[in-house]
Design a protein around this ligand. Sequence first.
Ligand SMILES: [Zn+2]
Length: 208
Amino acid sequence: MSERFLRQKFKPGWIEVIVGCMFSGKSEELIKQLRRSELAKLHCQTFKPKIDNRYHDTDVASHNNTTFPSTAVETSQEILNYVGRNIDVVGIDEGQFFDTDISEVVTKLADSGKRVIIAGLDTDWQGQPFGPIPHLMAIADTIQKQYAICMSCGEPATRTQRLVPASNSILVGSAEYYEARCRTCFDATLSLRLASLNPSDTLDQPQA
Ligand SMILES: [Zn+2]
């Protein structure tokens, strides 16, 4: 067996999770890591769930309009159909919107020697753990928790405050409906109180 073959066969895979509230720079960090990998001539492939079409139909986009080309998928298993053998780094954005199979998918990718970087919201607008992210954090090799700046008091923020009435946890359309808040300024019941004041006034869009 040649040394090169051994290196390929036993190339270590890796799962990195980047979490935080909205406006904490998660997508920006993901894009930064992907760009660095490309500079090192590594092959990157990036995915996001089809529901996230706030800024760009297919690219991964941060709030400051930095973008990176990506493939939008309906289910996490679809990712496995797209990732080629030559791919070194797999980026996944908006991980909170994926189904629970995403943990199995990223494990398979890491076990096959790929570096997997997945970004997502760790808590929803009620301050509760969001979708598959808690499980992904448990199986990750590294976790990077980012914080934003509280838009009420200027302290470090770890929560996403929803400013409009709500009927479910997915509100596509984004920035103007949310603020980053610290633990003290965060009000988990605000959206629910607004919803009870105006029960027909929800801005939720249908899922894509
Ligand atoms: Zn605050």
